[in-house]
Design a protein around this ligand. Structure first.
Ligand SMILES: [Mn+2]
Length: 345
């Protein structure tokens, strides 16, 4: 536990104890760390006899997380569909910026009434410390659920099965199944205590790993079957046309180009994997992944095409071009980037 968490824990608890009606949310496109944190917090607040309302936010809850303990009580409303004046405390979890709370309206529309205290608890490096009362941003933690694990300890929360399972699932997923470099000995210690209290964790992992849609696999099959290599072989590109999408009956919901690029870059020698999907003629979504983020900064490539992202994962949407022209543009952009990094070495 960091000093920051230890010192801030009683201050947050003070605000909780002084509140009557607490608001919680899931961030847009919620992952298991967002949902697990919010559900665990709601259950912990109930141990103090506090009433908490957990809103779904902008996006639907992925079906695979709908079985998490307490998920049935998530209120299907976004931030603008609730009466904010009813709440005296908003515990904002796993959200680096205000636009993680909602994007239904502009960020300027996201304001908090004077009577609503705000606390921001998060682990993202990019966090903007936007809360009015307390910002507990601890980037040493691999997940928000693990921050809560330590806070709950300080608060004397009983680690029930339901709290433990929610905390475990968020911690497991945000560490990529304890594989990411963010995983520490403390992560495993916490995980050990969590699974001691939630011995059925493997049922939930099985459900999560086996909840894919058939369409998602059909899309992957079409994409992986189309792989071409360029620039001497280190760049591997999959591409799926709008016509092909229609043939196999795949709709936008089942398209995960990032996942395909991820699979491509898992092959030795294919240092950069790209998946190009023609959602509709003239509307092309491109995902980049690399197995060597020390050598390549993919954001530099996608930025040159008008997109963005991170070193190891980036993307761009290309408008008004054919699939073939998109492919040529992408290969040219990678070639240009490689020339630049070679020259700078
Ligand atoms: Mn997270």
């Amino acid at each position: 536990m960091t000093e920051n968490v230890k010192n801030t824990a009683p201050k947050i608890l003070e605000l909780i104890k002084a509140s009557k009606n607490i608001l919680l949310h899931c961030h847009i496109f919620p992952d298991c760390d967002s949902i697990g944190s919010a559900l665990a917090m709601k259950l912990a607040l109930e141990q103090f006899g506090k009433k908490a309302t957990l809103i779904r936010g902008d996006s639907s809850i992925p079906e695979v997380f709908a079985r998490l303990p307490g998920a049935a009580e998530i209120v299907p409303k976004n931030f603008f569909e609730i009466d904010r004046s009813q709440f005296d405390l908003f515990l904002i979890l796993d959200s680096g910026s205000l636009d993680r709370i909602s994007q239904v309206k502009g960020v300027d529309e996201i304001f908090f009434p004077e009577t609503m205290k705000t606390v921001n608890i998060d682990h993202h490096v990019s966090n903007l410390n936007y809360a009015r009362d307390i910002n507990l941003v601890v980037t040493e933690y691999p997940s928000t659920t693990l921050i809560l694990f330590d806070l709950f300890k300080e608060w004397g929360i009983k680690l029930t099965h339901d709290i433990a399972l929610n905390l475990f699932m968020g911690s497991y997923t945000d560490t990529g199944g304890f594989r990411f470099a963010t995983t520490t000995p403390e992560t495993f210690s916490a995980a050990a205590e969590l699974v001691r209290n939630a011995p059925d964790f493997s049922d939930f992992l099985f459900t999560m790993d086996n909840s894919r849609s058939q369409q998602e696999l059909l899309f992957q099959g079409a994409a992986l079957g189309s792989i071409e290599t360029f620039l001497g072989g280190f760049l591997a590109v999959a591409s799926v046309s709008a016509v092909r999408l229609r043939e196999i009956g795949v709709t936008e919901l089942s398209i995960n180009g990032g996942m395909v690029a991820n699979i491509i870059k898992s092959a030795v020698g294919w240092d950069i994997g790209v998946c190009i999907t023609e959602l509709a003629p003239g509307n092309i979504k491109v995902s980049f992944r690399t197995r060597d983020a020390k050598k390549y900064d993919l954001a530099k490539i996608t930025e040159s095409l008008g997109g963005g992202g991170h070193k190891a994962a980036a993307g761009v949407v290309l408008k008004g071009v054919s699939l073939d022209d998109a492919k040529k543009k992408i290969v040219a952009a990678v070639e240009e980037y490689v020339k630049i990094i070679k020259a700078s070495r």
